[in-house]
Design a binder for this molecule. Structure first.
Ligand code: ATP
Ligand code: MG
Length: 261
């Protein structure tokens, strides 16, 4: 079988005792690009954090499987080693660790002991990815994300993505804050990874990104669930008409999970 499969089944997640995700079902296979859209506060980032194992997010029901292995039993670092990757909506600044050191140790963490990438090979790969993403070489020597502009942080997430080559990536609003040229470069980086061994879930508010990265499947989240799925035409309709028609169709008054639960 080519590529990995991430299966999210009936996922319920609570934060501080409050239920945010209320039964998410989603399957991402190697080779597939999925877009997740949906109004603010409907649980998209919560889904991403829960898959990666953020300690604040308690899974109360349902399952997450990667090639049949129980992801919920894995620690955060094991999830990364198993091939999951998350580009966060708000990447953290890590003072004292350079981008380059961070990248190298993340790459090595995914490899067996004794099989670490040599410094030469690492520098070569990093330089070529920096070139590809048109990132200033000096950036790699700066502390991770510290003082980076919004757009620089997003580009840096794609740099990690390109070097780590995960099986399944979740990209949370990778397009937010990017200028038009940067949007094209980031999209180019993501598209370069497109092959049967790479599956990707792209959380976005805008069709604009999907003009560059054509999704195979588009899902809409409301009230902590996937309420509608379709092909790329679904995202186009959302861009043109907004979300009201889906709410009407499904009889949803308040699409958020936050306030009324
Ligand atoms: N750590 C947290 N503590 C308390 N509430 C939280 C936490 N994380 C998320 N929530 C709440 O869960 C709900 C869903 O948040 P989430 O960030 O998943 O939404 P989203 O769909 O990603 O929205 P956006 O499009 O604005 O990024 C919100 O009401 C939010 O306030
Ligand atoms: Mg979010």
């Amino acid at each position: 079988m080519a590529g990995s499969t991430l299966e999210i089944k009936n996922l319920h997640v609570s934060i501080e005792g409050k239920e945010i995700l209320k039964g998410v079902d989603l399957t991402i296979k190697g080779g597939e690009f999925h877009a997740v859209m949906g109004p603010n506060g409907t649980g998209k980032s919560t889904l991403a954090s829960a898959v990666m194992g953020h300690p604040k997010y308690e899974v109360t029901e349902g399952s997450i499987l990667l090639d049949g292995e129980d992801v919920l039993e894995m620690e955060v670092d094991e999830r990364a080693r198993a091939g999951l990757f998350l580009a966060m909506q708000y990447p953290s600044e890590i003072s004292g660790v350079t981008t380059s050191d961070f990248l190298r140790s993340s790459m090595n963490a995914r490899r067996e002991e004794g099989d670490e990438v040599s410094l030469m090979k690492f520098i070569k790969e990093m330089d070529s990815a920096l070139d590809y993403l048109e990132i200033d070489k000096n950036m790699a020597q700066r502390y991770l994300n510290e003082g980076f502009s919004g757009g620089e942080k997003k580009r840096n997430e794609i740099l990690q993505l390109m070097l780590l080559k995960p099986e399944i990536a979740i990209l949370d609003e990778i397009d937010s804050g990017l200028d038009i040229d940067a949007l094209k470069i980031v999209s180019k980086g993501i598209n370069k990874l497109r092959d049967e061994n790479f599956g990707c879930l792209i959380i976005t508010h805008y069709q604009r990104l999907l003009n560059y990265i054509t999704p195979d499947h588009v899902h809409v989240m409301m009230q902590g669930r996937v309420v509608k799925s379709g092909g790329p035409e679904l995202a186009q309709r959302l861009e043109a008409e907004g979300y009201e028609w889906i709410k009407e169709e499904l009889g949803i008054e308040d699409e958020t999970v936050g306030q009324n639960a």
